[in-house]
Design a protein around this ligand. Structure first.
Ligand code: URA
Length: 455
């Protein structure tokens, strides 16, 4: 009788879902095909939600290696549609911010760089926690539709140069599922999972380059510079590893950006920036991020030349005109750019005054974000409807000298009682002292380039 020859299989079978969880639990690195199997299993139902939740907690507690982070991003990206945007003839560069208080930069930035010759296919999100969301802001514009399909999106990007839409069910569906599980299992604040989540959506637009605005400070998810730098580096390196060059700016979020918090109010400030007016910090950050985008596409020889080009586009009205065209193409009322009264207005407004003379030494962003959220500018529960008209206007900036009775902030509310309920929280967010502040933190704290080194 012939002996039975047992041939070793060429490839070993993939571990079971339980074995994958055990590996990450024990700090054993998953191979690329194992990470893929995890994501595929989640979407097919082979891996139950509770098993994914257990894996996410293991990843949260032990972290993931760089290779696992890249593999997870890639698997989540390819869990849905990746747009090719073949009809777009030019460089497709996008910007992503990790989120802050009063950060409305995407609204003026996309049309500004489109006016300079770039194409911006921007897939954005809604408010998350205390931070505002680009889609909620745009939906304050009467008629604006953020839910376009792939063909409409591509057509507008190609014709107008920019479009801003929400994640469709076909874009990174694995992220949608995983994000919902993270949200309810205490596993949101994990650097590698954040990177995979952000990039799986952003890279689905078929980009040639990505500029990241990683916020640092009390109003950001990353409060200290060390963790923000680690996040920025991971985002840049993962994007680059997947074939999309990226640069990150670390920017200050220790105080709100600009002078408005709340959806229609932030649209108004965005239009002011596009008219070359508006507050200096939000206008300068728009220019700085725009310059990085032009440099990435080779549309300017230096940062100074890029900023000059963009300033000229603000001054000439070309950037504003591009914004009006984007709004109109997405179903919104373009007349808002000439008549801000067409934006939703809150029925009640009240002003808070300084109770002592001195200098504004601090404006704390979290308290203001919470007050805006409670006024109705954001969601306390996922199913809440956002009220576009409400929010806060800051009437002073850090360093300003004030008298007793100088107006500090205006509350835009649904009613007088809604305004009164937040007044103390808003008032407490302003610190006034006898001497001016010693140092005001710069807006840009560092740049992280493709090689991962701050410069
Ligand atoms: N934004 C995302 O899209 N995902 C995260 O995990 C965090 C911020």
């Amino acid at each position: 009788m012939d002996p039975i020859v047992q041939k070793a299989p060429k490839t070993s079978p993939l571990p079971t879902p339980v074995q994958l969880i055990e590996k990450t639990r024990d700090g054993v690195e998953l191979k690329k095909d194992e990470v893929r199997a995890l994501v595929r299993g989640l979407l097919s139902g082979e891996l139950a939600d509770y098993q994914m939740s257990a894996w996410l907690m293991a990843a949260y507690l032990n972290g993931l290696s760089d290779a696992e982070m890249v593999a997870l991003t890639e698997a989540m990206l390819h869990s849905g549609e990746v747009l090719s945007m073949k009809s777009v003839r030019g460089a497709k560069i996008d910007k992503h911010s990790t989120g802050g208080v009063g950060d409305k930069v995407s609204l003026p930035l996309a049309p500004l760089v489109a006016a300079a010759g770039l194409f911006v296919p921007m897939i954005s999100g809604r408010g998350l926690g205390h931070t505002g969301g680009t889609l909620d802001k745009l939906e304050a514009i009467p008629g604006y539709n953020t839910q376009l399909d792939k063909a409409q999106f591509e057509k507008i990007v190609s014709k107008v140069g920019c479009a801003i839409i929400g994640q469709t069910p076909r874009i990174a569906p694995a992220d949608k599922k995983i994000y919902a599980l993270r949200d309810v299992t205490g596993t949101v604040a994990c650097r590698q999972l954040i990177v995979a989540s952000i990039l799986s959506k952003k890279l689905a637009a078929g980009l040639d380059g990505l500029v990241l605005d990683v916020k640092v400070g009390r109003g950001a998810f990353m409060v200290d510079k060390k963790s923000a730098t680690a996040l920025a580096r991971s985002l840049v390196e993962t994007s680059t590893a997947l074939g999309t060059p990226a640069t990150a700016l670390l920017t200050n979020m220790d105080t709100p950006l600009g002078v408005t918090i709340g959806n229609a109010l932030e649209v108004r400030e965005s239009i002011e920036i596009l008219k070359n007016e508006g507050p200096k910090d939000s206008r300068e950050l728009t220019l700085r991020l725009g310059a990085e985008m032009l440099l990435m596409a080779g549309l300017a020889p230096s940062r100074a030349a890029a900023e000059k080009k963009l300033r000229d586009l603000l001054a000439s009205g070309h950037a504003l005109e591009r914004f009006a065209r984007m709004v109109e193409a997405q179903g919104g009322d373009p007349r808002i750019v000439d008549d801000l009264n067409r934006l939703p207005k809150a029925p009640h407004r009240s002003v808070l005054f300084a109770q002592q003379k001195g200098y504004v030494v601090d404006i704390e962003p979290r308290g203001l974000a919470e007050a805006a959220l409670r006024l109705g500018a954001g969601r306390l529960r996922a199913e809440d409807r956002v009220e576009p008209s409400v929010g806060l206007e800051l009437l002073v900036r850090p360093g300003d000298e004030v008298e007793k009775g100088t107006p500090l902030a205006r509350i835009h509310a649904r009613s007088a009682s809604a305004a009164r309920a937040q007044a103390e929280l808003v008032r407490r967010s302003f610190s006034i002292a006898r001497r001016p502040p010693q140092n005001i933190t710069p807006l840009v704290l560092g740049t992280i380039t493709g090689k991962g080194r701050p410069s």
